[in-house]
Design a protein around this ligand. Structure first.
Ligand SMILES: [Zn+2]
Ligand SMILES: [Zn+2]
Length: 230
């Protein structure tokens, strides 16, 4: 199996992983975009499963996240003790604000994005040259544009409707502007709330002048990306 990087783990992630044939022991690493519960709710369930002797890992498990992750992990382990310690390996939280690191053969770059003090977005390049950006939650900002610049697939949230301009999240108008500046090859829209889930987001993006192919994510969705020709 190629290196599997789990990007965020809100409630229900462990179950969705199992349905997709991925168990926690398969993970090369975990990336956490920020410390809101809808992005880390299943972290304890994943670590609890990794404590089982039959889930023993050979490699240490690294959680790549923004500032504050070490304290959260310490707090959880303070409450749950050894039950959150993976079997056979060490667990480390690596806090980043900006920088590059490797997860297996994946080259990762992170930058801070505008949402929460712990928020970072990620850009990943696979061994075949394919690039994917994942922003977690964010407002439209220069760092988000840089992470998405020219990638094969940019995964973005759409929490707000166009007439809701609260800061710290994206709406179709902001996504279209972000895409206009970053020019990714494709857009995958995720993190919908009831107000945005009923919208035809690809049509709205088009109405805002966005010509980049866009799809709305659903549970269990798989996307294969052709390696770039150059
Ligand atoms: Zn959030
Ligand atoms: Zn969120």
């Amino acid at each position: 199996m190629d290196s599997v990087l789990l990007m965020d783990c809100g409630s229900g992630t462990l179950q969705r992983m199992a349905r997709s044939g991925v168990v926690p022991v398969d993970l090369a690493g975990i990336f956490i975009s920020h410390a809101h519960l809808d992005h880390i709710g299943d972290l304890t369930a994943i670590l609890f499963m990794l404590h089982l002797p039959e889930q023993e890992r050979a490699d240490d498990l690294l959680i790549h996240a923004g500032p504050g992750m070490g304290k959260i992990l310490e707090g959880l382990q303070g409450v749950f003790g050894e039950w959150l310690t993976p079997s056979g390996c060490a667990l480390h939280a690596l806090e980043h604000q900006e920088g590059r690191f490797e997860v297996g053969e994946l080259l990762c770059e992170v930058r801070p994005v505008q949402h929460h003090s712990s928020s970072i977005g990620i850009r990943v390049r696979g061994a075949d040259g394919c690039t994917v950006a994942y922003l977690g939650d964010t407002d439209l900002c220069d760092e988000a544009v840089e992470l998405c610049r020219g990638v094969d697939l940019a995964i973005m949230e759409c929490s707000l409707t166009d007439d809701d301009d609260r800061p710290g999240h994206l709406n179709p108008k902001r996504i279209a502007e972000l895409a206009r500046r970053a020019k990714p090859e494709g857009l995958l829209i995720s993190h919908l709330y009831p107000e945005t889930a009923e919208l035809d987001i690809p049509a709205l993006l088009e109405s805002h002048g966005c010509r980049i192919p866009a799809a709305v994510a659903f549970d269990g969705m798989g996307i294969a990306i052709d390696p770039p020709a150059h």
